[in-house]
Design a protein around this ligand. Structure first.
Ligand code: PAF
Length: 314
């Protein structure tokens, strides 16, 4: 059973809830996930875990959880004594009010999924709790934040840096987990962590896909059945472009991908860039000094904005 704890009274001794030994000598976990809504209850809980010498894995989310998120919880669960997931639709990272208002909110289902995933603490604050006054900080995120999503969504990455830096400070994790679907976001968070002297592991976890290849995303639920039927084209075209990349230039592959996506009903490419995997800067080489180039795409499928990426290990 989930316990809602506006102010935490008792921290469990073990990270994953209480465990009891059954007569057949197998261990069974009894879930005791706590839902925390205030920064002070979160900080108190984390302080207690640290005092007990426990490692803490943090998984920041905006809710509307799917198996992609749950793979992050699973990884955090395997790596740490204690797992904290935050569920907060962060207004400062939305540069489009309609996108903010239509962002799916499914708190009850999220809590059930987090508890099943073995999360110890779900931090679900209000906007007022996180931003008692406006956050006026501007982060010097540099070139990684100026291209692709940074160019298309002004202010987005600064908003991501604001909320993630707040969560990092509030939780003080041993490790924090992010999904590679938001490939550029990970580079931006690493840059923010460097600027703010957050000296812990930022763990990048692989994209989780539906069986037809569509990258899992909270926005997928907004696709109509007709749009959902064609949405897997994004990954299919990217995967097919790996073959072409063996014989074609970066410029040729970029054009080929865009033409195929744009020829698909409902779809229009916002950008397709092939970039250095660390600096996020466009490259002409399949193998950059920092590793294989990554293709990052954003596609409008109707009015739903979908992103995906692929690594050109060729
Ligand atoms: O990737 C997301 O869901 C969000 O950008 C994040 C990292 C939770 C910050 O709000």
């Amino acid at each position: 059973m989930i316990k809602f704890a506006p102010d935490l009274e008792k921290i469990p001794e073990s990270g994953a809830g209480s465990q009891c030994r059954c007569s057949n000598k197998t261990y069974v976990t009894i879930a005791t996930m706590k839902v925390l809504r205030t920064v002070s209850s979160l900080q108190e809980a984390m302080e207690s875990c640290r005092r007990a010498g426990q490692t803490i894995g943090l998984v920041p989310t905006m809710g509307a959880l799917h198996d992609g998120h749950l793979s992050l919880m699973k990884r955090a669960r395997a790596d740490n004594d204690v797992v904290v997931a935050s569920v907060f639709v962060n207004p400062t990272q939305f540069n489009n009010q309609t996108d903010l208002l239509t962002y799916p909110r499914t708190e009850e289902a999220d809590c059930a999924a987090l508890e099943t995933a073995g999360v110890d603490f779900a931090f679900i604050p209000s906007v007022e709790e996180i931003y008692p006054e406006p956050d006026t900080r501007t982060f010097d995120l540099g070139p990684v934040a100026q291209v692709m999503e940074g160019a298309m969504r002004p202010g987005h990455f600064n908003g991501v840096a604001q909320i993630v830096s707040k969560l990092f400070s509030m939780v003080g994790p041993t490790r924090a987990y992010f999904g590679e679907k938001d490939f550029q976001q990970i580079a931006v968070i690493r840059r923010m962590a460097q600027l703010e002297d957050f000296d812990f592991d930022i763990v990048a976890c692989p994209i989780v896909r539906e069986s037809d290849g569509l990258a899992m995303s909270s926005r997928n639920v907004r696709l109509t059945p007709e749009q959902r039927a064609v949405a897997p084209t994004i990954h299919r075209v990217l995967a097919e472009s790996l073959d072409l990349a063996r014989t074609a230039s970066v410029a040729e592959v970029k054009q080929w991908v865009k033409e195929r996506i744009d020829a698909t009903p409902f779809m229009s490419t916002e950008y397709y860039e092939i970039v250095n995997p660390l600096t996020m800067q466009p490259t002409d080489c399949w193998l950059t000094p920092d590793g294989p180039a990554t293709g990052c795409i954003t596609v409008y499928c109707g009015d739903v904005r979908l992103i995906d990426n692929i690594t050109y290990k060729i």
